[in-house]
Design a protein around this ligand. Structure first.
Ligand code: ADP
Ligand code: TYD
Length: 206
């Protein structure tokens, strides 16, 4: 087993990331891996502001939101208590629910994608995922799932926006294809089929 594996899950809201993260974490643990599971936005102070904005408790410009995500991500990588780099040094396989491709796609809808990529360069230079797993789902289905499971519809959770975000993910994957390992899986299927595909791909890199 390789010492440091860092795997990022990406997808639009409601695509099934959290579900697949859990399934992968369980599978890795069963196979004897030491796993640290985390997500962005984090549960740390910078992200508390992001959540307030998303839940309409505070207003902020999209450029400010982009800056907050960048700060939250750097803190996530570098903080001395639970930082991802520290966890990797301790020999954990780290699974993350959203990383910088989420910024490329969500913030890239509102400002230049190249700017967002450049602004995240510190994070990319510190740590590129060994694998980016994109769960691709139709925005229509995502919206149905979101409306079913939640009371508050967050800032970005409209069909129009999720369609734009999905397109922006693909634009970003195309732009970054020389630099990044990207695996796209069809999320409009059963949990088990998706999990099976993901496990096959992850097994190749461990
Ligand atoms: P995300 O973390 O990407 O927002 P979740 O994993 O929370 O997505 O899934 C959103 C909703 O869709 C949840 O209610 C979940 O149970 C359901 N769900 C997840 N994967 C599937 C699937 N493959 N088929 C049908 N429903 C799913
Ligand atoms: P998350 O808690 O993952 O939402 P969900 O569980 O519904 O998928 O993320 C909250 C929102 O944050 C989601 O709409 C995507 C957005 N987001 C960005 O806009 N930029 C980013 O860099 C990240 C990490 C998330």
């Amino acid at each position: 087993m390789r010492k440091k594996s860092f795997i990022a899950f990406e997808g639009i809201d409601g695509s099934g990331k959290s579900t697949q993260v859990k399934l992968l974490v369980n599978k890795l643990k069963e196979e004897g891996h030491k796993v640290y599971c985390t997500s962005e936005p984090t549960d740390r102070p910078i992200a508390a502001m992001i959540r307030d904005i998303f839940q309409h408790k505070m207003e902020a410009d999209h450029r400010t939101i982009a800056g907050l995500f960048i700060a939250d991500r750097l803190d996530h990588l570098l903080n001395k208590s639970t930082g991802i780099l520290k966890k990797l040094d301790e020999g954990y396989t780290v699974i993350i629910d959203r990383y910088y491709f989420s910024s490329y796609a969500y913030q890239g809808v509102h400002m230049s994608l190249d700017w967002v990529i450049e602004a995240n360069k510190q994070s990319a230079d510190l740590l590129r995922p060994d694998l980016n797993i994109f769960i691709d789902i139709e925005p229509d289905i995502a919206i149905q799932r979101i409306n079913k499971g939640r009371e508050i519809i967050e800032l970005y959770e409209t069909k129009e926006n999720l369609t734009n975000v999905r397109n922006k993910f693909f634009e970003a994957f195309e732009k970054q294809k020389e630099l990044e390992k990207i695996f796209i899986t069809d999320g409009n299927r059963s949990h088990d089929n998706i999990a099976c595909d993901i496990w096959r791909k992850v097994s190749e890199i461990l």
